[in-house]
Design a binder for this molecule. Structure first.
Ligand code: NAG
Length: 525
């Protein structure tokens, strides 16, 4: 047996040092776990060890502050902080309300705090908010869904977190056609991209385009013909040709071919699959959504728009496949969705069946009026990282806690605050909220206020006027709005955290010292 006397003094010191280091590292791993946003849902789904992320040199007294520090939100030196702790009461047959009244205020405490004084800061208690919510969606497999996307290598690579959210471990199959395959540098291979996707639990098959050059068109001139033969196939045609690419990967279990854009996002596959199941997949069906904007409809026609998601049954795909090239040859259209719509119209008897809840989202700028306007049903969103911005993956995180609770609205009678789950918390000035018709969507996006509503009534009914907001520089702010910026699960303590932030941009723009606001909603899971 060894006694410490049996060891040289140097070894003992070294051993103690190693022990101290071990304890330090272990405690940091236990308490300081913070996930990177893009890997959150992934880690959550797979129970993988989250990556460690530096949270500064000293731990805060309160885990909420440690969490905030890890997010890099560029908050002002001091900011206001409020939080509520949601106790979800799973209520399986919860009746759906456009808005749910809750007595009492949302803001039970509001403190000023700072991350730099973090170790000594003590936050007020997190008051419990019992909340009746729908049950989480059942976990199931979707081998009857076969999706297809045509896009560039780079866009597909950067879309991995979004695809992971809704496709991981679902058995749904995704076929990806890499449009710039012929121009890729040697180190970017389809195999490595496919491996990345598969390592995130996505059943993906990544393939090169089925055509090297654009398909010929009846109307092309000799000059266009010669130019065509030296050009790569355009994404639009590859999008259209997905019909035959998908057909080749169909199995006896396949029911629906979903033709998507690379930024089509489903908060969850469950409601989509439920909606599709109401239609007979053994018949030639063409399901989808037209644009929500009249101008887009006028320009492209009454057809299914790929951004919302287009679903065609196998019988329809089989009827279309032998005709795709002749359709492209004859069609006056060049966009993929129009090529498909024209081909369905000219070669089959199928008509567009609108699947409610699919959203093309031809909305530019601020789409908050839509997200806060109780969109229902909600199957897909689109353009969330281009025409407008919304943190889709973070937003949809709560759908894993309580299914159809995403974007549900709660009105707190005590302080005229409306919480839109997964999107925003808005506190209205006195008397403002009572005068608003919350059943109408607020026309916040570009063009929504033009003329009769900018051509959006067809999609969204009559819109209400945009309301000024604190910090928007209009000087007529009649509400203060905290918007969701991040949401993560903390597996260790079984909490799901949503962070909503209000930026004091008005003061910042004027070079004054501003004071941002943070609202944290912590869910028991
Ligand atoms: C909720 O509260 C508002 C305003 O106080 C009221 O007009 C509305 O009827 C209430 N809704 C329900 C379902 O109780």
């Amino acid at each position: 047996m060894l006694t410490h006397r049996g060891l040289p003094r140097g070894t003992l010191v070294l051993l103690m040092f190693a022990l101290a280091l071990f304890i330090l590292t272990a405690s940091k791993l236990n308490n300081g776990i913070v996930l990177r946003p893009e890997s959150m849902i992934q880690d959550w789904l797979h129970g993988q060890n989250p990556e460690e992320h530096s949270v500064g040199n000293q731990k805060c007294k309160d885990p909420s502050l440690d969490f905030l520090r890890s997010l890099d939100l560029s908050l002002t030196e001091t900011f206001t902080f409020s939080r509520r702790c949601v106790k979800p009461i799973i209520t399986p047959n919860l009746q759906r309300a456009s808005i749910t009244n809750i007595s009492g205020p949302f803001f039970t405490h509001e403190t000023e705090t700072s991350l730099s004084s973090c170790p000594s800061t003590v936050l007020p208690p997190c008051d419990t908010l019992p909340l009746s919510v729908p049950a989480p969606y059942p976990v199931q497999q979707y081998p009857h869904l076969l999706f297809g996307v045509a896009s560039t290598y780079e866009r597909i690579e950067s879309s991995l977190p979004a695809f992971t959210h809704w496709l991981s471990d679902t058995s749904a199959h995704l076929i990806i056609v890499i449009s710039d395959f012929s121009r890729l540098p040697p180190h970017l291979t389809l195999e490595s991209l496919e491996t990345q996707y598969r390592s995130h639990g996505i059943h993906a098959t990544i393939i090169p385009p089925s055509i090297a050059h654009p398909l010929p068109r009846k109307t092309e001139t000799a000059f266009q013909t010669s130019r065509r033969l030296s050009s790569p196939a355009p994404v639009e045609q590859l999008h259209f040709l997905l019909v035959s690419d998908l057909l080749q990967h169909a199995t006896p279990r396949t029911q629906w071919l979903g033709i998507l854009d690379d930024d089509t996002f489903f908060p969850s596959l469950y409601p989509l699959s439920e909606s599709l199941s109401r239609y007979p997949h053994a018949e030639p069906l063409y399901l989808g959504a037209p644009s929500d904007n009249w101008n887009s409809l006028a320009a492209y026609g009454h057809q299914a728009f790929g951004g919302a998601g287009i679903f065609i049954s196998l019988p329809l795909a089989r009827a279309l496949a032998p005709n795709l090239r002749s359709c492209a040859y004859e069609s006056a259209s060049t966009t993929g969705d129009s090529l498909l719509g024209d081909c369905v119209g000219s070669r089959t008897a199928a008509k567009l069946t609108v699947l409610p809840g699919l959203n093309q989202h031809d909305l530019h700028g601020d789409a908050s009026g839509w997200f806060e306007g109780d969109p229902n049903p909600l199957l897909s969103i689109h353009h969330w990282k281009s025409w407008y911005r919304a943190p889709a993956v973070s937003m949809a995180g709560v759908a894993k806690v309580c299914g159809a609770c995403l974007l549900r609205r709660y009105r707190f009678q005590g302080d005229d605050t409306v919480w839109v789950n997964g999107y925003s918390v808005s506190r209205y000035s006195e008397g403002v909220l009572d005068k608003l018709d919350l059943d109408k969507m607020e026309g916040t996006w570009e063009g929504a206020g033009d003329g009769e509503g900018g051509g959006y009534e067809l999609g969204y009914g009559t819109l209400r006027e945009r309301l000024g907001e604190e910090g928007d520089g209009s000087g007529s702010g009649r509400r203060k709005r905290w918007k969701l910026v991040d949401a993560r699960i903390d597996e260790d303590i079984k909490k799901f955290r949503q962070i909503y932030v209000w930026k004091d941009s008005e003061n910042e723009k004027k070079g004054r010292k501003g004071k941002d606001g943070v609202v944290e909603i912590i869910w028991d899971v």
